[in-house]
Design a protein around this ligand. Structure first.
Ligand code: BEZ
Length: 209
């Protein structure tokens, strides 16, 4: 067990943080990172975090030399270059762009899902904007349909940046938006997710009950 040399601003509920934690598990780097707990929302910022990331967003990763990395995609790329196993982000070729595009699709699901969550929990009900909410849910539905029809075999092929990102996005839908009942329209994705959610990296990074 080595002394952690990096600090990750962390919250178990954040699906973006979860992607980082899953990669740390999968690449055997957990003991290199100390976790600094953050409680924040866009209307209740964390002052310590703001010092290191002016955007006030997690995850942010402080390196041993004091440099701070954000956002989650940059941190994933950095951490994937710090281990000696098979890379979880292809370094070149068409595979790199395809896997990063699938990861971006998953991040888009997350972005819409987190915006809906904030609208419903932070804004007073009389200010909820139904067409905007439905527009965000439509983004999620379209992205899920593409994953179901075009990406299942690719996701099943290896548990890399694309698969980690999609798994964390689906888990967040279960966590904050069970009403979407995404499994009904995406049985293939549901079967794939059932499998990958049994991985130790996914089990040990579950959001709070
Ligand atoms: C959440 O509680 O849903 C959440 C927490 C941190 C970042 C994004 C979402």
């Amino acid at each position: 067990m080595s002394t952690p040399s990096m600090t990750l601003f962390h919250n178990r509920a954040s699906p973006y943080v979860r992607k980082i934690m899953v990669l740390l598990h999968e690449t055997g780097q957990l003991d290199r990172v100390a976790l600094q707990a953050c409680q924040l929302t866009p209307v209740n910022p964390d002052n310590a975090l703001n010092q290191d990331n002016p955007l006030g967003k997690i995850p942010a990763l402080r390196l041993a030399n004091g440099q701070v990395l954000y956002d989650s995609r940059v941190i994933l790329e950095y951490l994937d270059q710090q281990h000696v196993g098979n890379p979880l982000i292809p370094q070149e070729g068409s595979a790199r762009w395809r896997r990063l595009t699938l990861a971006a699709l998953a991040d888009g699901i997350l972005e819409a899902a987190v915006l809906v969550r904030y609208e419903l929990t932070l804004r007073p009900p009389e200010h909820h904007w139904a067409p905007w909410l439905e527009g965000q849910r439509d983004k999620i539905r379209r992205a899920l349909a593409v994953l179901e029809t075009e990406a299942l075999a690719e996701l099943a092929s290896h548990f890399d940046v694309a698969a980690i990102s999609v798994a964390c996005a689906l888990a967040y839908l279960d966590f904050r938006h069970p009403d979407l009942e995404w499994r009904q329209q995406q049985p293939g994705l549901a079967a794939w997710y059932f499998e990958v959610s049994q991985r130790p990296s996914m089990l040990e990074t579950r959001p709070p009950a």
